[in-house]
Design a protein around this ligand. Sequence first.
Ligand code: PLP
Length: 380
Amino acid sequence: MERRIYLDHAATTPMDREVFEYIAPYFVDVFGNADSPHAVGRKAMGAVDRARDTVAELIHAKASEVYFTSGGTEADNWAILGGARAKRKESRTQVIVSAIEHHAALFAAETLEKEGFEVVYLPVNNKGEVELCELEKVLSNNTALVAIMAANNETGVLQPVQGAAKMAHSYGALFFTDAVQAAPYMQINVQEWGVDMLSFSGHKFYGPKGCGVLYIKSGVAIEKLVGGGEQERGLRGGTLNVPSVVALAKAYEKTVKGLAQSNEKLKTLSASFMQEISVLEGVTRNGESENTLPSILNLRFAGVENTAFLYNMDLQGVCLAAGSACASASVKPSHVLTAMGLSEAQAKESVRFSLGRTNTEEEIKAAARLTVETVRRLRG
Ligand code: PLP
């Protein structure tokens, strides 16, 4: 493959080669259905159990609180739909989600609206942060569930999960956080964070696509979303994807072990990129805040349409995105940036650079040089 500079790690990451080699036997040798009542099945279930233990330990949960899903989207859908529907039995009919959630969470909220729930979309300030005083204003004893992501996928801005969870609980509501973007860069501690449910996805940290985790605190009752077999303690039907589950745990373990070092590297690379492009006028960082993932730079180049910029950068070998990959085919301005107060035109001048642990200083300098040239050319 021709050499490309990949700066779209928030969309997905390549599988870590060591992880890829580690799981090869799980496709051909340890091929059993983990629920089969014989030796071949038991061997597969042994691998799943070890993966579950690893994930549980890393997020400070019990193994029985870890459920494997088909990815972040299913985990988000399940937490929000399953949590709110279960709480309806207590006659609670209001759901609060932040306006900057991923489409997987927003879809679930819209579905609940159609089922008769009142859904409140929490605003964010111009730095892209949910403010707890806004949550306090809308919480009530009718609130079934609050969903606020741990880190935003477009801006990288971290959200006040711990405080929000505490506040939701004081009204008897469930609290869910989507940690899909946070998991590759932050040490998750479900006990310290105080969450009832938390999701993440393998392909954001050099693991497999189509495999994710939903943590459900023991004692929290949620309705099932995917039914059929009695897998995952009867709560999520479907034959377990053993190779992916094993890969997710392995990739996550490696990521958490290398967290401090890779975050340091990403901070240095981001600073270097910003330094190199500082020769350009009219550049604003969206969501600039102390509180941002080290991997994401969401930048607005005044007067430059992002679709033209992305196309030109792609032609020159640099892979970037305007925001969420799931919405990349649409020409709609980002709901995250408009929630932060940008106009539609400003949102359409914004681009997400998401760096990864395998990027080099040389790549970052080259991408910055091409950014400067491309912006200048498009500004004409
Ligand atoms: N939540 C967030 C914040 C994401 O960034 C993504 C993926 O981009 C998802 C959920 C969906 O995860 P998956 O791609 O595993 O379905």
